[in-house]
Ligand binder design. Structure first.
Ligand code: ADP
Ligand code: MG
Length: 352
């Protein structure tokens, strides 16, 4: 049986439905990410699990115990927010010790636990520092240590890295993942950043408009988007109507639906570069599609060039490695585009 089970969770604010018949299961020791655009209900869901917000309907079971009706402090759930919310008048040591003294732990127990936590988040030399003397990243590590110290059954994290600058954010998410694994902590982590979700999670739950629309490993969610929302949100996929794709591929396809095609699955070669060097006969007959088009626009993203191409009246994005000036295509230039038919993923209809 799963460690955390949410069953048919519903929440409305002023008669507007924010969480809709939401089901979710998390295994013990798992790092699960809720990923979705702003306003889709991620924070509300965490607040319902912690008990800070009441639900209209639904059931929550944690570690075999039904916690649906319990007060927040009786749920054994820790929470870390985007704002660190440390006590400004207490030093790092006392901030981390706070929950332990509430639990009426003995002096030596508190000392041992705080020491262990300081080591875990690598802040042993900052025990006497006050929050204002720390960087944002250090404050967030104290916040994490404070929540972990009381050994909650479940840790909820609501965009804990969003307030930090990009470099610290990437560093801290790696650290956070290492700590989570080392402690074996069950964690539900909220973010609107797809790269963050893909890099730190065992499982990603993609949320849209109060529902979980797709759950899977990062690779499953990235490689097999279920519907148009998932395709656009997680991989900046090209979403192409069947009729358009049939025009490009000259293959019979199921009509009336949409297909997703990753920009990095579309190869762009300038016509001036000559014919493809791919040996003829590679791959099965008809498995690969080659058409001619023209570059509408190209954007240099550093190591990647993102092209917008038009071919047979269909607009496509294509990402190519920025490897050589010879293979680079210019705006307005005629190009050959090539992709595998198998890379076109049929999508289910869904809310966008
Ligand atoms: P997210 O965290 O995914 O950005 P939220 O859970 O904060 O989304 O919000 C989901 C929806 O619920 C939004 O439309 C938001 O305006 C609404 N909402 C959240 N909290 C309240 C509240 N206390 N009162 C009324 N509406 C709220
Ligand atoms: Mg939020």
């Amino acid at each position: 049986m799963s460690y955390l089970i949410l069953n048919q969770v519903n929440k409305t604010f002023n008669r507007i439905s924010v969480l809709k018949e939401l089901d979710l299961e998390v295994n013990e020791g798992e790092m699960v990410t809720l990923l979705g655009p702003s306003g889709c209900g991620k924070s509300t869901l965490l607040r319902c699990i912690s008990g800070l917000t009441g639900m209209d309907r639904g059931r929550i079971v944690l570690g075999g115990r039904d916690i649906t009706g319990l007060a927040p402090k009786s749920r054994d759930v820790g929470m870390v927010f985007q704002s660190y919310a440390l006590f400004p008048n207490m030093n790092v040591y006392d901030n981390i010790a706070f929950g332990l003294s509430i639990q009426k732990k003995s002096g030596p127990q508190i000392k041992a636990k705080v020491g262990e936590m300081l080591q875990l988040v690598d802040l042993e030399d900052k025990a006497k520092a006050y929050p204002h003397e720390l960087s944002g990243g250090q404050q967030q590590r104290v916040s994490l240590a404070r929540s972990l110290a009381v050994e909650p059954k479940l840790m909820l994290m609501d965009e804990p890295l969003s307030a930090l600058d990009a470099k610290i954010r990437k560093h801290l998410r790696t650290e956070l993942r290492q700590i989570q694994k080392r402690v074996g902590m069950t964690m539900l982590f909220v973010t609107h950043d797809q790269e963050e979700a893909l890099t730190i999670s065992d499982k990603v739950c993609l949320m849209n408009q109060g529902r979980i629309v797709q759950t899977g490993t990062p690779d499953e969610v990235y490689s097999r988007p279920r519907d148009e929302f998932a395709a656009r949100f997680i991989g900046s996929y090209n979403v192409i109507a069947a009729e358009e794709l049939m025009r490009l591929t000259r293959q019979p396809l199921a009509s009336g639906i949409y297909y997703a095609l990753r920009p990095e699955a579309v190869a762009v070669t300038p016509e001036r570069a000559g014919t493809s060097e791919r040996p003829t006969g590679a791959g099965e007959e008809g498995s690969s599609v080659t058409v001619t088009g023209v570059v509408l626009e190209s954007v240099m993203l550093g190591n990647i060039i993102r092209y917008q191409i038009e071919a047979d009246g269909v607009k496509l994005h294509a990402d190519m490695l920025n490897a050589s000036p010879v293979t680079k295509a210019h705006d307005g230039e005629p190009v050959r585009i090539e992709f595998e038919l198998a890379a076109c993923i049929p999508l289910e209809a869904g809310e966008v």
